[in-house]
Every structure is written in structure tokens, then in C-alpha cells.
Design a protein around this ligand. Structure first.
Ligand SMILES: Nc1nc2c(ncn2[C@@H]2O[C@H](COP(=O)(O)OP(=O)(O)OP(=O)(O)O)[C@@H](O)[C@H]2O)c(=O)[nH]1
Length: 350
């Protein structure tokens, strides 16, 4: 009998749909307060979830500033020119670039293009005091990795921003900025063929900011799979099941090294545990640990490279509908927060 993959994933009412932390809120406030000193905003999104990694809060908070959209983790996607053209069209006339900075890929060439765009932009808006670019995005999309790559490529200096596999490594806005293109003064007498620009170009790294409330459970799962949510928030077996749903939609051959085609995640986890020697005492399977191993394998690009969002021509409209779905919930979330605060104050007799 031929294998039939699930064609839909059921909504999970009990799934957590909020991950808006204190440092997200304060980071956003700090970004707003710094806005008058910023010349350009780079908004990073995860290439694997071009619709879901969009945070409407940035558009609200950073309105009025010239923007550039950078899709990170391109090496973890299928590398389809058609998808990239469609995505570029969604954002037109905002410039959109795709970069890859994986450990196993040389991100230099891809950040080289971005650096050239930033250099050209800074030359057009020449400033004696230097250009300041704020880099924003959802948690774990690769902002700090991009800062390091641009600095490495731009001024041949080492890593300055801490990076990590879990979200929330950057907690504060780096106020002073990281130099990525030298100033004209820096280059004077250096004999380098490369030109400095005005007072130089600086990047301001910021903490990842999550959406206050994610109404769609699948969107929450996608964000968690791509690492925007800490692995402790959503049960790993549930997340592995969602991954299995996507693997099957692409091809069960992606996990053929471990198991025959299946829609049963526990069955797959047991097979993985057996094949990878992860069985505990008496042949027991730690499904949670195996699920985390499977998720990590996909995150590293070793269990298929595909997008979780569908990229079709109507994509931006879909994104707008999502925004409408998110924003009322955001105001609802704020109302609930205000009420809770009032109640707390009442209880304290304030
Ligand atoms: N394969 C691949 N991995 C990447 C890429 N960019 C970043 N990463 C990895 O993604 C993880 C998160 O990167 P960070 O730069 O720490 O992400 P961030 O957006 O600064 O995260 P926050 O501190 O949560 O705001 C790290 O493990 C990086 O190595 C990329 O282009 N390709």
C-alpha cells in the first residue's frame, strides 16, 4: 500500500502562543528611543519562514525610517531563484537581500553584496559623523551573526557580538554601534584600494523581539522549529511531530536512513533512537531527547532543506491577513496586561 502523508496538521488549543519577554519589550522601547540617531533599519527574517518571521511590531515602531530586508539562513533553504524573485516582489520597492552565514558555508560572498549595498547607500547619504544602521528581527534569526560577518568582511576584524543556537543571546541594544565600513579619515594614508565613507558606517545590534501573541498555532510551531522560541516552551515531541508532517509533505525519503515512511512520530523517534544508538537501559527510548536531536538535525540542514511557509504569488496578501490577525490580538494582549496590572495594584492597595 502506498504511503499517504497527512495533508493538514490539526490546531492544538493547549499550545503556548506567547513568548513576549521583558527584554523584548524593553529592547523595542530602546530601539524607538534611538530611532532619531538611525539612518537605516535592516530587518532580518528567516528565509525558511519568510511570512511567519515578519514582526509587524517593527513596522509600527520603526515607521518612517528607510528599510532593507535581509533574509538570513539562505543555506538552510532550497536555494530556489523563483522563490527569491517572488519574495523580492512582495517587498518591492524595499530592497531585499538573501544571505547565508552558516558554519559550513562561507558567508563572505553573500555578505559582500550586502556590504556593497550599504556602502553605496552611505555614499549617497554622506555624513561626517558616520551612518548608523539598526539591525532588528525576531529572536535567533541571525542578527548578531550578520553583524560579525559584516564586520569581518568590511574591516577584517573578529567577532564582537555573541551568538548562540538558542534565542535571547543578545539582551541589550548595542548603543555605540559596531564599525563595518571605515571612515575616510581611517583610510587616509593606509594605501588600501578600498575607500572609507564619510565618518564610517556603524551597526547597532538589538535583541530579538517576538510577536506578543501568535494566534495561529502552526505559526508558533514554525517559529519554534526555526529556533525563535526556547526549546523548553513547546514539548519537543509535539514539535518533532510538526516537523514530521512537513518532512512527509516533501518526501519521506528525507528520513529513509532511520525509518520507512510513517505519520507516527513516536514510531519514527523509536527507530531513530535504535539506529543512532540512543537507547537507554533495557532498550528504553527517551522520546524527548530524541525529538530534540531530530529537530536540531533539521535546523542544521541535515534533514532536508525546505521552506515551512508557502511562497506563492499571493504571499504578501496572506502576510497582510496575518498582520490583521496579529494586531487586534496584540491590542487584546495589551488590554489584558493593563487589567492584570490594575488587579495587582488593587491587591497591593496602590
Ligand atoms: N546555517 C546558518 N546558520 C546561521 C545563519 N545565521 C545565523 N546562524 C545561526 O543561527 C543561530 C542564531 O544566530 P544569532 O546571530 O545568535 O541570532 P540573533 O538573531 O542575534 O539571536 P538573538 O540573540 O535571539 O536576538 C546561531 O547558531 C548561528 O550560528 C545562516 O545564515 N546560516
Amino acid at each position: 500500500m502506498s504511503f499517504i502523508p497527512r495533508h493538514a496538521f490539526p490546531p492544538i488549543p493547549s499550545l503556548p502562543r506567547s513568548y513576549f519577554l521583558g527584554h523584548h519589550k524593553s529592547g523595542l522601547q530602546k530601539m524607538k528611543s534611538l530611532l532619531s540617531t538611525i539612518d537605516l533599519v535592516i530587518e532580518c527574517r528567516d528565509y525558511r519562514i519568510p511570512l511567519t518571521s515578519r514582526n509587524p511590531l517593527f513596522e509600527q515602531a520603526l515607521e518612517g525610517k528607510p528599510r532593507l530586508i535581509v533574509y538570513t539562513k539562505r543555506d538552510l533553504g532550497p536555494g530556489s531563484r523563483r522563490d527569491e524573485d517572488v519574495i523580492r516582489n512582495w517587498h518591492h520597492p524595499t530592497a531585499t537581500l538573501f544571505v547565508r552565514n552558516g558554519k559550513r558555508v562561507d558567508g563572505r560572498r553573500s555578505v559582500g553584496t550586502l556590504l556593497a549595498v550599504l556602502r553605496e547607500d552611505a555614499t549617497k547619504r554622506w555624513k561626517l559623523v558616520g551612518q548608523r544602521i539598526m539591525i532588528v528581527g525576531m529572536p535567533n534569526v541571525g542578527k548578531s551573526t550578520l553583524v560579525n560577518a559584516l564586520r569581518g568582511h568590511g574591516i577584517r576584524k573578529g567577532k564582537v557580538a555573541a551568538t548562540g543556537a538558542q534565542p535571547g543571546v543578545t539582551r541589550k541594544v548595542s548603543g555605540s554601534g559596531v564599525k563595518i565600513i571605515p571612515s575616510e579619515d581611517d583610510m587616509e594614508g593606509s594605501g588600501s584600494v578600498k575607500q572609507g565613507v564619510g565618518g564610517g558606517v556603524y551597526l547597532v545590534d538589538t535583541p530579538g523581539v517576538f510577536i506578543p501573541y501568535v494566534p495561529d498555532t502552526q505559526a508558533m510551531m514554525k517559529l519554534a522549529l526555526c529556533g525563535s522560541v526556547k526549546d523548553t516552551i513547546i514539548p519537543p515531541v509535539m514539535l518533532a511531530d510538526y516537523l514530521l508532517f512537513h518532512l512527509n509533505l516533501h518526501s519521506p525519503a528525507l528520513y529513509a536512513d532511520y525509518a520507512p515512511p510513517t505519520n507516527d512520530v513516536v514510531e519514527l523517534l523509536c527507530e531513530i533512537a535504535k539506529k543512532t544508538g540512543r537507547l537507554g537501559k533495557g532498550g528504553a527510548v527517551d522520546t524527548e531527547a530524541t525529538a530534540l536531536w531530530m529537530i536540531q538535525k533539521w535546523r542544521n540542514g541535515d534533514l532536508g532543506r525546505f521552506l515551512l511557509d508557502r511562497v506563492h504569488e499571493g504571499g504578501l496578501e496572506e502576510a497582510r491577513r496575518e498582520e490583521e490577525a496579529v494586531l487586534p490580538s496584540f491590542s487584546q494582549a495589551r488590554r489584558v496586561e493593563r487589567e492584570r496590572r490594575r488587579e495587582r495594584n488593587r491587591a497591593r492597595g496602590v
